[in-house]
Design a protein around this ligand. Structure first.
Ligand code: CTP
Length: 401
């Protein structure tokens, strides 16, 4: 059910636009509030009157309509929704989205929104297969835009192939999935991710090479199963996924504080590469060469261990606490010892010997250490490892009540 959910529906210009009227009806039947927006080309196929009447709401049309702007600015309009849906998403609209254009109401809303965007592409098969569109699809996927379809089949133009807009009920199913009607619905999961930066002085710091890719993939997979995710991230290279609460931190101490402030949680997953030490004698002013040839000596102090802290909480310990371990030999034995030392429920151990090509690569070979022993997982893309782990988290939380 989509009861109470607010959907901003952007209707692009394509023959499939007529199906968007049915989509409005289906969404309304399920209790959603629909605010339609027509692009100029969309108006060639659907009238604002029919879209507005079916939605039972004002149909917005043009960025420069001053009356509309007085009623509700485009920033506000783009954020008042819980989800932005584009159906049909034409090749042109997708190109605008991928390029970050904002030259009409629809593209401006798409650029200004802080909500997730789901698109239902519809276009001629050649246009879909064109390298330019394929580049845009990759860019949009990278921006975490969700896709419903397109389907393969006979097209209005007489050709056959991918490019036909998904059916309204398929789009409804994708919308429901975007709202996380999954097994982790109602569960709160905290994920730590990325490296930490430990200051030496206001302009210098100590860091590590973690990209934050595995943590971001995990947060995305948990979100896709319906979890409310708090993503506590150090300064990572990979952007955080949409639809999660992002808490950006720099240091290990800030990461610990942010995790503590995020509790209670059903699960905490520590995927961050936390610096083990901070600089104890960090300077408040930039350190200068004084010409004497003397080099500064850094003193180190141990950082708090976030995973151990959460695992050993006396009150309010999450039902499931998961850590990661990077190992080069005796993977299962070292990881099992680490699980006991830290007091977490599971350890996800990576075999990071250089020969595996895992460090910096797109795949991961993982051994999951639980209270029941060690499980070797096959070598999988990092996204698949994340999805598999998220499914295990859902299973465990289900069993733990
Ligand atoms: N961790 C943490 N806080 C720290 C250090 C580590 O939360 N200050 C978490 C990491 O997020 C990860 C796990 O603990 O989940 C890794 O433990 P760590 O002891 O750092 O092990 P390794 O990095 O694998 O290395 P080593 O065993 O060599 O210490």
């Amino acid at each position: 059910m989509l009861s109470g959910k607010r959907i901003l529906l952007i209707i692009g210009g394509g023959i499939a636009a007529f199906k968007s009227l049915d989509l409005i009806r289906r969404l309304k039947e399920r209790g959603a509030t629909v605010t339609p927006v027509l692009t100029r080309a969309g108006e060639e196929f659907v009238t604002p009157l029919s879209a507005g009447a079916l939605a039972g709401a004002k149909c917005y049309r043009n960025l420069f309509d001053l009356t509309d702007e007085a009623e509700m600015g485009h920033i506000e309009l783009s954020r008042a929704a819980d989800l932005v849906v584009v159906a049909p998403a034409t090749a042109d609209l997708m190109a605008k989205m991928a390029g970050g254009h904002a030259d009409d109401l629809a593209s401006t809303l798409l650029l200004a929104t802080d909500k997730r965007v789901l698109i239902a592409p519809a276009m001629n098969v050649r246009m879909w297969l064109h390298p330019a569109t394929q580049r845009n699809i990759a860019a949009l996927r990278g921006d975490d835009v969700l896709f419903a379809g397109p389907n393969e089949g006979d097209m209005a133009c007489g050709e056959y192939g991918p490019g036909r807009m998904a059916e309204p009920l398929e789009i409804v199913a994708a919308i429901e999935a975007a709202f996380g009607e999954g097994p982790l619905r109602g569960r709160h999961v905290v994920v730590t991710s990325g490296p930490t930066h430990e200051p030496i002085d206001p302009v210098r710091y100590i860091a590590n090479r973690s990209s934050g890719a595995q943590g971001a993939a995990l947060a995305r997979a948990l979100r896709d199963l319906g979890a409310k995710v708090t993503f506590v991230t150090g300064p990572a290279q990979v952007p955080p996924p949409g639809g999660v609460r992002v808490v950006a931190v720099q240091t290990a101490q800030e990461m610990l504080d942010a995790v503590k402030a995020s509790l209670p949680a059903d699960a905490v997953i520590c995927a961050a590469a936390v610096a083990d030490w901070r600089v104890a004698n960090a300077q408040a002013s930039k350190m200068k060469k004084d010409g004497s040839g003397m080099v500064p000596a850094l003193e180190f102090a141990e950082n708090p261990d976030i995973l151990a802290h959460v695992s050993q909480l006396k009150t309010g310990r999450p039902a499931l606490v998961v850590g990661f371990a990077a190992e080069t030999d005796d993977v299962a034995a070292h990881a099992a010892a680490k699980r006991l030392r830290k007091g977490c429920n599971w350890i996800v151990a990576n075999d990071v010997r250089p020969a595996t090509g895992i460090m910096g690569g797109t795949e991961n070979a993982v051994t999951l250490i639980t209270e029941d022993g060690a499980e070797d997982w096959p070598r999988l893309p990092k996204d698949d490892v994340a999805r598999r782990l998220a499914a295990r988290v859902a299973d465990a939380l289900g069993a733990r009540g």
